[in-house]
Design a protein around this ligand. Structure first.
Ligand SMILES: [Fe+2]
Length: 342
């Protein structure tokens, strides 16, 4: 097997929104992202703990979609390794010149075997640190991009591909009786994850998560949304996850992009770190306090674009499966509900 690129972390997402001014009002004025740069039809955002040009690109386009998920790699050589890794697997690969995206050096774009368009880059423009600009922070006090959660019909395939790509496994949701994997949390940086793979129709983007300093920042954002009579943007939470132990709040932006505000997961960097395996029937896996999950959680993912910017066809994941004893609804992170089949 060829040597995979040395991925440092998931570094940015490139999203399509249908009304850039409306998106700016939401992402910047309400939620509190910092505008690093802008040009006609495009906005470059970052959090206050990010030292490079952006972690979010919002581009105006015809449909809400995820154009690509960006990873920072450790050296320039890793671009060649990324290109070879995906070419050897028969994937579409494209070399992109430095500056094709403002703030980024030369890049390799590839469609992974699951259908997600990834981008690998080493050079990212360094920008003024804002860590202690408390005078500028507002909304959720966004620190940094933490992870991306995607939906795919085959968790087994995603686990295999991303293990080959050098990712570690921190947690799973699985049926411990028969070994069926419903979701995996996989990391390069030494936290719970950079990428989560959840069973569902796909390839689709389920959510993008941003780390904030403390849980009170999440509660504060919820209060601010209430005060502005904008609480309808809240989809789920606040709550404590079972998986990852993080405190969370899920929002949907005006285009339906799902954003998670996230804090206090844990260190995974020890060489003998062992994954935590949650049984799919354990109601604490999604919300540690066993609060019910809203039905929209299992829908509303956005499509991903291919290298030409066209939506990638979606393979439907059956919403219901029947076992000998139970009728179950398969949700984005495993079983949504379990109903006695009588
Ligand atoms: Fe998440």
């Amino acid at each position: 097997m060829n040597t995979p690129p040395d991925i440092v972390r998931v570094a940015y997402v490139d999203l399509v929104v249908t009304d850039l001014q409306r998106a700016r009002d939401w992402w910047v004025d309400l939620i509190g992202f910092h505008v690093q740069d802008e040009a006609p039809g495009v906005l470059y955002l970052r959090g206050y703990e990010e030292f490079v040009h952006h972690s979010v690109v919002l581009r105006e386009g015809p449909i809400a979609a995820c154009a690509r998920i960006g990873f920072r790699v450790r050296t320039d050589d890793c671009l060649d390794r990324a290109e070879k890794f995906f070419r050897d697997r028969g994937c579409a690969v494209q070399r992109v010149a430095a500056g094709a995206t403002t703030g980024l050096g030369e890049a390799v774009r590839a469609v992974d075997p699951l259908g997600f368009t990834l981008e690998f880059v080493h050079q990212m423009e360094r920008v003024e640190p804002l860590v202690q600009r408390y005078d500028l922070r507002r909304g959720a006090s966004i620190n940094r991009l933490d992870h991306v959660n995607v939906a795919t019909p085959s968790i087994d395939d995603s686990y295999e591909v991303y293990t080959d790509l050098g990712f570690g496994l921190s947690e799973t949701i699985e049926d411990t009786a028969d070994g069926t994997l419903y979701a995996t949390w996989m990391f390069r940086k030494q936290t719970v994850h950079d990428m989560a793979f959840t069973m569902g129709s796909g390839p689709m983007l389920h959510h993008v998560a941003f780390a904030v300093p403390e849980s009170h920042n999440i509660l504060g954002l919820a209060d601010v949304l209430g005060a502005h009579d904008q609480a309808h943007w809240i989809e789920r939470g606040p709550g404590r996850h079972g998986v990852s132990n993080a405190f969370y709040l899920y929002l949907r932006d005006p285009d339906g992009h799902r954003i998670e505000i996230y804090t206090t997961d844990y260190f995974t960097g020890d060489p003998d770190h062992e994954p935590i395996r949650w049984d799919v029937h354990d109601e604490r896996r999604r919300d540690f306090w066993a609060n019910p999950i809203v039905p929209t959680w299992y829908s509303g993912s956005v499509p991903v674009l291919d290298l030409d910017g066209n939506p990638t066809p979606i393979v439907e994941q059956a919403a219901k499966e029947t076992t000998a004893a139970k009728k179950v609804t398969v949700g984005a992170d495993g079983l949504g509900t379990v109903v006695d089949d009588d």
